[in-house]
Structures are given as C-alpha cells and as structure tokens.
Design a protein around this ligand. Sequence first.
Ligand SMILES: Cc1ncc(COP(=O)(O)O)c(C=O)c1O
Length: 438
Amino acid sequence: MSAPIDLRLLPATAAVSSDGRLSIGGCDLGELAARFGTPLFVYDETHLRARCKEYVAAFGTDSVAYAGKAFLCRAMVRLVAEEGLHLDVATGGELHVALAAGFPPARIVFHGNNKSDEELSTALAAGVGRIVADSFAELDRLEALVKTGQPIPRVMLRVTPGVEAHTHEYIETGTEDSKFGFPVRPGDAVEAARRVAASPHLELAGLHCHIGSQIHVLQSYAAATAIVVGLAAQIEEAAGPGAVKELNLGGGLGIAYHDGDEPPTVAEYATVLRRALDEALADAGLAHRPALLVEPGRSIAATAGVTLYRVGTIKEIAGVRTYVAVDGGMSDNARPATYGARYEAFLPERATAERPLIATVAGKHCEQGDLLVRNATLPADVAVGDLLCTPATGAYGYAMASNYNKVPRPAVVFVGGGMARPVVRRETFDDLLRLEEE
Ligand SMILES: Cc1ncc(COP(=O)(O)O)c(C=O)c1O
C-alpha cells in the first residue's frame, strides 16, 4: 500500500492544506508539536462531542455511560457531563477523578472485580447511582457497609454469559473462564440476584454484561442479549415480576485502526441490540421491557485522538528491515506490545505523500518488543526530525501510559475552532522523583 493516509482513520475535523499539511480542529499539527513538544496526544473536541451525540441519538438519553477507562481526565469528564452521558468508572482512582471534576454522582456506574471496602464506602457516601457487583464477597461488603449507616446501593449484577466476542483473548471478558462477574451457567447469577432481591440492605437494579472490546461481529451481542434476557426471566420467577429493571450490555464496539477496517456504525449497533432485545424478550416471555443501557469507551474516544512523535533515528538493515525510531513508544501506547494491536503511521506535514517505504516504527524503550507500528507504510524520504503521527490512539493510549524506563508521560491537548487547550501537562523529570521518600 503506498497511498496517502486514509482520512477516515482521523478525527472528524482533520483537513489537509493545499501544501499537504494536516490540521485537526483548525490547528496545524506541526505547529502544535512545536508549541507543546512531542510525544503529544491531540484530541478533536468536535469529534468527541459528535460521538457522544451519536450514541445518545441512537440509544436515547440516560441510556449511555462513557467508559472512562478508555481515556479519563477532568476535561474529558466535564465534556461527557455536558453531553448528558453517564460515566462508568472502574476503580477508586477513576471515581476520584470523576468526583473531582464535579460529575453528578447519581450518573456514575461503579465497576471493578475487586473493589475494596474503602472504594465502596467512598462510592456509597458520594451517592454513586449504580454499583456493578462482581462477586459474592462484594455483596457481603456492601451489606456490611449499609449496616454501618451507609445508604442502600442500587446494584447491577455483572454476569458472564459464556459468549465468544471474536476479539483478542485479553479483551474478551464475557466467556465463562473470566475473572469478571457471576457465571450464568452454574446458577451463580440467579443465586446472586435472589440474594440481592431479598436483602433489606441492597436494591436490585438489573443485570450487566460486557463481552469484550474491539468487536466487529455484532452477532456476538445478539447472542449475549438472548442469554442475559433468559437469565432475567429466571430471576423474575424467583424474585418477582419487574425485579430486573435495567439491562446494561456493556461497551466494546470496534473502530477502524488501519486502512480497510470497516467497523459497524453506532446506529447499526443500536439496531442489532434493540432487535436482539425484542426477540429475546418475546422468547423468554418477560412481561415488561427492562431499560437498555450501553457503556462505550473506545468508540467514543479512539478516533478522536492522534499521537504526534518526532523521528530521532532511522536504521536501515539492508535486505532485512528499516527501523524508524520515535521519541515515545510502549509507555504512551502499550497496545501493540501487549496484544499485537496494529496501527497506521504517516507524516502529518506531508499528509498527501505516497507511502511506498515499508518500515517499522520503533519506540525509544529498552525492549526489542517496543514496536509501535510493524510494517508501516511511509514516504520514501522519511528523515530524522520529521513529525510522525499515529491515528486512532485516543482510547487506551494515554489511559494505559506508564513511566517505564523513566520516560515522562506526554501532554494532552484538546483542539477545536482553531484553538488548542492543554488539558494534561507533560510530566517532567522532577515528576519522576515526586513519590520517592528519600
Ligand atoms: C465493564 C466494561 N464496560 C465498558 C468497557 C468499554 O469497552 P470499549 O472501550 O471497548 O467500548 C469496558 C472495557 O474494557 C469494560 O470492561
């Protein structure tokens, strides 16, 4: 493939000038790199808001929670609040960021397979709207906290329907062999629901399942929906009609990471889920229609963000491979090294250039596996000092960033209307010493 970068991989406001320079939100990427340094995460605020709106239009108000694990900072929390979404947090740390940004607690959904007493206590005291309980031990903890005077929580039970999501095993979570949730098959899920429904210290809100991430095969959702609705019918036989008020079918919709990817649209996803719900309700004979909720992360944040790097060295091994090394790597994008995720790369100051050179974009970490893009296609004259961009890094990029090799984490800027606003500052070398006691 030697074609210029496919603009469909880029944020909504991406535009190429007559001299081939890429801008996002009206900001020239070369100028952003000069102003804020590299590596740099750039988010298109218009794109983020448009994806939130698309979800609300497809599923309805109060039916969509943004999964903060994809990318979270206070600016993102505020944006999600302004767009009227709910917010899914997976740890006490994410909850802290959400509350610090003033997110309405009643619209927070609290996840986690091993929430501590402290995390649960903070969530109950703050008035978090839904706790997604993951185990019998967690139900014990919640009941104990209520007995000490904490408010009664609305509990969703996370269940694992035993469905293959056709994605990478590290991000496939709905199969029986999973660390998450109550398995449906041996009866744990029904037992947990009976227990919650009968407890004076807990309120049963409904069921939750999340079968995995980066899903392109919508049929996997339909299969999970059928199982979860069947389970809801069983639960209502035991706990009474109307006991399961809500079904949260998780997130997971896939996005395009490289040329040729054709993920389903949000509207198609909503249509499949609704149809699957209708059919499953009819089959299961459930008299009422539980509210349908979803919690997308990647499909809101991924394409909105790109990462900018500066090329530092180019190593050509005759007859073997060319390595183009940049000033970031696995500490700002762990996905390629963790699960072989594939990305594209291009030069945003020559965005319309043909890309005939096959080269591997390497990071700067002390690991041979620190390769950001294997077999990238780049302009033949790529040179030291060039700016290089990887699209679709807005989800699980900064969120999974680390200080491996004591590399400071990049800055994050939001762009729109020709303005750039820094929302997370770049770490300094002094930040690397901040936590040391001596
Ligand atoms: C419980 C839960 N909900 C939602 C999500 C968001 O998934 P995605 O970012 O693929 O939409 C995840 C991701 O791992 C998750 O674990």
